[in-house]
Write a protein that binds this ligand. Sequence first.
Ligand code: PEP
Ligand code: CO
Length: 408
Amino acid sequence: MPDHGPASLGKVAEGKAFLLQAGDCAESFHDFSAVAIRERLKILLQMAAVLTYGAALPVLKVGRIAGQFTKPRSSPWEDAPDGTQLPSFRGHMVHDDPPTLEARVPDPDRMVQGYHQSTATLNLVRAFTKGGFADLNQVHAWNQAFVASSSQGRRYEVMASEIERALAFMAACGVDVASTPQLHQVDVYTSHEGLLLPYEEGLTRRDSLTGDWYDCSAHMIWIGERTRELSGAHVEFFSGVHNPIGVKLGPTATPDEAIELAERLNPERIPGRLTFVARMGAGRVQGALPALLRAITDAGHPVVWACDPMHGNGFKTASGRKTRDFDQIMLEIEEFFAACRSEGAWPGGVHLEYTGDDVTECLGGSEHISEEQLDTRYETLCDPRLNGRQSLDLAFRLAELMRRDTLA
Ligand code: PEP
Ligand code: CO
């Protein structure tokens, strides 16, 4: 039986909680408002409610938020609309996004702007999650109009009503629902890729009580697929801070690399210190993941295993739009669960890119977004994100997968 205590990464590592890490691919300096943050939080709270209720398991909520301003790129160049080549867009903390040479000149002052936007974002997240908005009595209010009118939105309404009835039932039984803080506020933690080391180092502080170093730019930071080499600067920096950290592992990661990363980044073997985020691509999980799971389990490393079903599934349409197909995203999650089950590892979480807006960036889902529809509202600064309906759809399907695990 699952333990219903508060969620933490240590609990996830023990198989007693689930990690929902989700947010924008790249936060924007231009699109920054309290309303946008609130709408993004609504979807996160909805997904978390679906997973918690559906799988009867504590869900640890970690946003890709308040610092996700830098992007690793596979190519240093990208094609401009006029056919010329431009330095690739690397995120608003480095330079601006318009496709001109002037916009792409790096400006270190942008790190200061990124810091101020992150602190304002964190203040808003704190206000929304602690000040009544995240109260379970508001479970209906998180359903935005464009989501509520869809089949997933209606399914969510049914679930929200069940939660309301459960709360009323508990109150009728004499449980003091009103003064149980877990029902009225949530913990939402922040995370981003710790790519730009001058920014991360500038925000690293020594805790005066323990003497330990922490990167205070976020609760959790991760190393991307392109910067995880063992002798690289990112592994070196991350090994020196005490935050919970993640490392993305793509299909070329070897069992030896995974073990060396775990030894280097979590030598004391603290459960929850290290999360491996597998991002293999649908169809490649079975060939790549089981060997990693086996090696880490055999070595006795208490890592959290999470699945990023986004970054291995990108492709370009004939018209040149970067997109991802909902079915491939779901397939990778299913393959991840299957691999974890077959190796006796706990499928501990997912890592997603979504937005609170009604965009058309990923194909498919129950509303069957087609290639032609991608142009309707394609707004991302970098990678295609799930919209609210697709996120909710994914959460319902994921809850079903999880239920098979927790009830097994
Ligand atoms: C990302 O998370 O936005 C990203 C670029 O991922 P990866 O390093 O896995 O490619
Ligand atoms: Co991305």
